[in-house]
Design a protein around this ligand. Structure first.
Ligand code: OSB
Ligand code: MG
Length: 368
């Protein structure tokens, strides 16, 4: 295989409603798409870097720069046997996993399309349906939060994750447990706490949460290990795990009992599969996180979620929760049982809607 050219494209897409986490509010998304022409077959992917470097250090701007000026030169004109080789070819660039992950995932889509098989089968996925949860942003009031949870439960979602931050934590969760004693409930702090806050986090043990996601510093695996010793609630790491080595360190230290795998955060499918396999060997379940993606990124998340150790419901939900109109055909839909049927078409199995994509595009750059 050889990449003939790459189109970078930025889209302006407004979410249906603002999404608030402990590190800010997202509303107007800048969606960066990568279209890689591999021997005449075009693979699509989405770069999940944010508008601002608040979740991780990358942004749309840094990703664009790194894709154009550093990653593309490493691949340009190079012959390779499979998308699985791309990660190693990009190794001389340190970090910038979201930029790498986008290019890498586009190659996987292209390879699957060349072979006329679904991407999830090329990856070694084993399930035809994935279990879905939702991630609910921080709300003004408890009543508003309860209303949002009820709406998602009525839609069939199998587990509810709510964002927390200092001052919007214990009482919110207490209220949810009072109103919904039996649901699968978890919280995500996006690194809003310090180890010294452990007594407050310990109080959350009373609510038998499935897990608490990334309570402490985004690069602080050690403190999570200290915290996990104090809590019965399982810790799930998100922001802290970018590499196989960090995952191995986290497991060895006992810093978590669950890992949220995001394709972009770990640099693509090759990195994601390595962490997946490591967790599987160690009896650590994983689930697929989300980054407020358009349908393109969502499609890749669905494919990833078919791997066998994705045994917990992920944050992969319907297009309609985020977008008035998505950029793929069909849109991502969730069944009343809270599942997504995995598509059987070639590659990602969702068609990019070129007309709509063109309309939303704010800039493009051709790498050739
Ligand atoms: O921490 O999982 C997170 C969105 C943006 C950045 C970080 C996170 C999230 C979410 C939303 O929780 C998940 C989704 O796409 O539905
Ligand atoms: Mg998270």
């Amino acid at each position: 295989m050889r990449i003939r050219k790459v189109m970078l494209r930025e889209l302006a897409m407004r979410l249906i409603a603002p999404f608030e986490t402990s590190n800010g509010v997202s509303y107007d998304r800048r969606i960066l798409l990568v279209e890689a022409d591999v021997d005449g077959v075009v693979g699509w992917a989405e770069c999940v870097a944010g508008e601002a470097p608040h979740y991780g250090p990358e942004t749309v701007e840094t990703a664009w720069h790194v894709l154009r000026d550093h990653l593309w030169p490493l691949m340009k004109g190079k012959e390779f046997a499979a998308a699985a080789e791309a990660s190693a070819m990009l190794e001389s660039v340190r970090g910038h996993n979201m930029a790498k992950g986008a290019l890498e995932a586009a190659l996987w889509d292209a390879e699957a399309k060349q072979k006329s098989i679904p991407l999830w089968k090329l990856l070694g996925g084993t399930r035809e349906e994935i279990a879905c949860g939702v991630s609910i942003g921080i709300k003004e009031s408890q009543d508003e939060l309860v209303g949002a949870v009820k709406k998602e439960l009525d839609a069939g979602y199998q587990r509810i994750k709510v964002k927390i931050k200092p001052g919007k934590d214990y009482e919110q969760v207490q209220r949810l447990r009072q109103d919904f004693p039996k649901i699968k409930l978890m919280v995500d702090a996006n690194s809003a706490y310090r180890l010294e806050d452990w007594p407050l986090l310990k109080q959350l043990d009373a609510f038998y949460l499935m897990m608490i996601e990334q309570p402490l510093g985004w690069e602080d695996i050690y403190s999570h290990a200290e915290l996990q010793k104090k809590l019965t609630t399982p810790i799930c790491l998100d922001e802290s795990v970018h590499t196989f080595e960090q995952a191995r360190g986290a497991l060895a230290l006992g810093a978590c009992k669950i890992i949220n795998i995001k394709l972009g955060r770990v640099g693509g499918f090759t990195g994601a599969r390595k962490i997946h396999d490591l967790c599987q060997e160690n009896g650590i379940p994983v689930w697929c996180g989300g980054m407020l993606e358009s349908g393109i990124g969502r499609a890749h998340n669905i494919a990833l979620s078919t791997l066998p150790n994705f045994t917990l419901p992920g944050d992969v939900s319907a297009s309609r929760r985020y977008w008035v109109e998505d950029i793929v055909e069909p849109e991502v839909v969730v069944s009343p049982q809270g599942t997504i049927r995995v598509p059987n078409g070639p590659g990602i199995g969702f068609e990019p809607r070129i007309d709509r994509i063109e309309k939303l595009t704010t800039r493009t750059e051709l790498l050739a």
